[in-house]
Design a binder for this molecule. Structure first.
Ligand SMILES: Nc1nc2c(c(=O)[nH]1)N[C@H]1C(S)=C(S)[C@@H](COP(=O)(O)OP(=O)(O)OC[C@H]3O[C@@H](n4cnc5c(=O)[nH]c(N)nc54)[C@H](O)[C@@H]3O)O[C@H]1N2
Ligand SMILES: Nc1nc2c(c(=O)[nH]1)N[C@H]1C(S)=C(S)[C@@H](COP(=O)(O)OP(=O)(O)OC[C@H]3O[C@@H](n4cnc5c(=O)[nH]c(N)nc54)[C@H](O)[C@@H]3O)O[C@H]1N2
Ligand code: SF4
Ligand SMILES: [Mo]
Length: 714
């Protein structure tokens, strides 16, 4: 069987500047060529796929069309300052002076934590690093966090507990090709990373591709086995399959004995989750649970991979633990050719979580609470360790506190469009509106930027150098291929310009990506994510460097845990996990389970893809997937406008009848603005450990809606 990517791929070309895609964590290799149609005309760029292990010379439709964002009319090319209620063009000096003055005044009046920063996992390592340093050193604020909290934070916490370190895939993704069995839990790569399907081909050909998703997605369509649990019940499913593993004598006893600890404690809970019981919770038959246990046990090489479907829950960490426990029971992690991995999502989803834009973190994946880490990093920064603030609030808690008496009064946003992408988004927009001062740096006027007091136009991927760390922990150089339009500056320039105005010594914040990276290397040295031995020169020479890379002679670490896990005793941990179900179970008033996710053509909040004509033509607006009978019961038919209501609000979208969908589930993609925002209904219940919101399940109902409500005019 051959898996098909949703968009066809074309052969690669090897001319032009070798770089990587602006969007997702696959970081497909691409080449950019530039041409001017006439000598006096502006130069325009063209993107073509490039041979690279992640994508093998393929790109998805977003990658193919990415160059059109470079010279899009939607592009911001001048700073904007709000005067008399309107955003009006201003000079860079006016904008930066104003920001520095306002931030200084807010901090003088209310203290250092009166200013917050919200970052993004799409930013380069250099930007993420400098953003964290800017918060702790130039502003002295503890209030910094980023959108990665909304992404892979539950998997990161789960991986940390089980293995002692978190690298999304602790093995090269090309290893997947040799697997007999791959279990994808809550992952739809046919739409979210189409070229990744090539790595699943081998397992699919052997009848071993298993997809766990309440929807029959394009990925599930191509799987050998599709299990469709009710949203929010993956944890129970993992317990059922683990129960079947043990009950049917399939446990890898020598591995459990020699390489793990905590099995007995875990089993005490799992013993209560026999498959027939789990069938009642999840809707997945006991026979299918046993089949999966036998598939895993019978495989020479097998992988369990989780993504947002399993992770974006208020029980996300425990859910990840339960699936890792299953992988451990079958002896997969730390064995060549097998393993557990999390499919990180954003372009720099991996590197973005390592270098200090997270509330509790210092560069190199170090802890802000660790005195030795504070001392080391403060030494690199040339500041007193005691001057570094304590950990601050997590992403949603930060947004929720904006404008409150003890919360930030000013916020700087780099690389996120929270008005669309944060849970309970109308509440978040209200909190943003209550701020004294909001600043964004962006390429386009996102919904969040449209609310700002100052908007700074910044360079994007093909216009600047920078490194990204892809989903397998490989550091990549994304090279500059084209000059930016006049009037825009890089995020590094913005931070340096502000730092200087805030009284930082000249040179403490470099504007040169390679210089910033060299500083990051020093700051990360000795930490779990050690980049000390990664250099631009090594990356330019094409070396495949997977962290940790402790020195310049070190070849990097493509496969972790082969000898030992990162806990002091070298063992992986079974972490007991118990099923509790969604934070907001359905009831008579809100009888359906609403879940959210992605479509191929749009990226995230849609800020970048809703300005690309080809993508908008393909998917112009939100829709709600619903079983035909569920639609009919609500008095709705294909193409009609529906309101999906939860206790927090309603999202308006057109009905798409999907006979393969569970009748108790509705699905809305989250890429659209205004009244079509899926996040008008999502539940901000947070996981106690990762602080991940419950994007993937809330109680809802559907009712007919009027056309005017779609654009938020209700
Ligand atoms: N086209 C496109 N590609 C992207 C992105 C994008 O916005 N657009 N974003 C990138 C980013 S940042 C990320 S994080 C990744 C995300 O990549 P994925 O995790 O593949 O994407 P999602 O669509 O969020 O969720 C995957 C699946 O989870 C299912 N799901 C919903 N609820 C549950 C549940 O309770 N249990 C289980 N098992 N499954 C459930 C949904 O039906 C969906 O098909 O994609 C990256 N790639
Ligand atoms: N309901 C629901 N909500 C979700 C999810 C879900 O599955 N369901 N998924 C969550 C996940 S996994 C994620 S990752 C988030 C993502 O959601 P967001 O954090 O909103 O992500 P983007 O839309 O990528 O926002 C990036 C913004 O930064 C801009 N930008 C791009 N590059 C740069 C740069 O280099 N510098 C600067 N300054 N700006 C730049 C873009 O134009 C855009 O406005 O959404 C989360 N929200
Ligand atoms: S799969 Fe991801 S990295 Fe590859 S072309 Fe598409 S958006 Fe870009
Ligand atoms: Mo994400």
């Amino acid at each position: 069987m051959t898996l098909t990517a949703v968009t066809p791929t074309e052969p690669s070309t090897e001319t032009g500047t070798a770089t990587h895609c602006p969007y997702c964590a696959l970081q497909c290799g691409m080449a950019i060529t530039t041409e001017a149609s006439a000598p006096a005309e502006p130069v325009s760029a063209r993107v073509a796929p490039r041979e690279f292990p992640a994508n093998g010379g393929g790109l998805c439709q977003k990658g193919w069309t990415s160059a059109s964002l470079l010279d899009s009319p939607a592009r911001l090319t001048t700073p904007l300052i709000r005067t008399d209620g309107e955003l009006r063009p201003a000079s860079w000096d006016e904008a930066l002076d104003l920001i520095a003055d306002r931030l200084t005044a807010l901090q003088a009046e209310h203290g250092a934590d009166a200013v917050g920063i919200f970052g993004g996992g799409g930013l380069t390592n250099e930007k993420c690093y400098l953003l964290g340093k800017f918060a702790r050193v130039a502003l002295g604020t503890s209030q910094i966090d980023y959108n990665g909290r909304f992404c892979m934070s539950s998997a990161a916490a789960g991986g940390m507990k089980a293995f002692g370190v978190d690298r999304g895939m602790p093995f090269p993704m090309t290893d997947l090709a040799e697997a007999d069995v791959i279990v994808l839990v809550g992952s739809n790569p046919a739409e979210t990373m189409p070229p990744f399907l090539r790595h699943l081909q081998g397992a699919a050909a052997k009848g071993g591709l298993v997809v766990v998703d309440p929807r029959r997605t394009p990925t599930a369509e191509q799987a050998s086995v599709h299990l469709a649990p009710a949203p929010g019940t993956d944890l129970a499913l993992a317990l059922g399959v683990l129960h079947a593993t043990v009950a049917d004598g399939l446990l890898d006893d020598p591995y459990v004995r020699d390489r793990t600890s905590g099995f007995d404690e875990t089993w005490r809970i799992v013993a209560g989750y026999w498959p027939e019981h789990v069938e009642r919770i999840t809707g997945v038959s006991a026979a299918d649970q046993r089949r999966l246990a036998h598939l895993l046990a019978g495989a020479r090489n097998a992988y369990v991979l989780t993504a947002r479907g399993a992770e974006q829950h208020a029980t996300g960490v425990e859910t990840v633990s339960a699936w890792i426990n299953l992988a451990l029971a079958h002896g997969l992690p730390g064995r060549a050719g097998s393993g557990y991995g999390c499919l990180t999502g954003q372009g720099n989803g991996q590197g973005g979580r390592e270098h200090g834009q997270k509330a509790d973190q210092l560069p190199g994946y170090r802890k802000l609470t660790d005195p030795a880490a504070r001392e080391h990093v403060a030494g690199v920064w040339g500041v007193d360790p005691d001057s570094l603030p304590a950990p601050g609030r997590s992403a949603y808690e930060l947004l929720d506190a904006l404008g409150e008496p003890d919360g930030p009064k000013g916020l700087l946003v780099f690389g996120s469009n929270v008005v669309v992408s944060a849970p309970r988004s109308q509440h978040v927009a209200d909190r943003l509106a209550s701020l004294d001062f909001l600043v964004t740096a962006d390429l386009v006027l996102s919904e969040t930027s449209a609310m700002a007091d100052v908007v700074l136009p910044v360079t994007q991927w093909a216009e600047e150098d920078g490194t990204m760390t892809n989903l397998e922990g490989r550091v990549l150089l994304r090279r500059k291929a084209i000059d930016p339009p006049d009037g825009v500056r890089s995020d590094l320039d913005v931070l340096a310009g502000l730092a200087e105005r805030l009284g930082q010594p000249a040179g403490r914040f470099s504007t040169d990506a390679e210089t910033v990276f060299d500083e990051l290397r020093l700051a990360s040295a000795g930490g779990p994510a050690d980049y000390a031995g990664v250099s631009y020169d090594r990356l330019r020479a094409g070396e495949a460097l997977f962290w940790p890379v402790p020195d310049t002679e070190h070849p990097g670490t493509p496969r972790m845990f082969l000898d030992a896990f990162a806990h002091p005793d070298g063992r992986a941990r079974f972490v007991p996990a118990r099923h509790t179900g969604p934070a907001e179970p359905p009831d008579a008033e809100f009888p359906l389970l609403a879940t959210t996710g992605r479509v191929l053509q749009h990226y995230q909040s849609g800020a970048q893809t809703r300005v690309v004509a080809e993508l908008v033509d393909a998917v112009p607006e939100a829709y709600v997937e619903v079983h035909p009978e569920t639609a009919e019961r609500a008095g709705l038919a294909e193409g009609q406008l529906a309101a999906v209501e939860s206790r927090r609000g309603l999202v308006t979208a057109r009905i798409r009848c999907v006979p393969s969908l569970r009748p108790d589930v509705v699905f809305v993609p989250f890429h659209f603005p205004d009244g079509q925002r899926a996040n008008l209904i999502t539940n901000p219940a947070l996981d106690p450990t990762s602080r991940m919101p419950e994007f993937k399940v809330c109680a809802a109902r559907i009712v007919p809606a009027a056309e005017s409500e779609k654009d938020g005019e209700s």
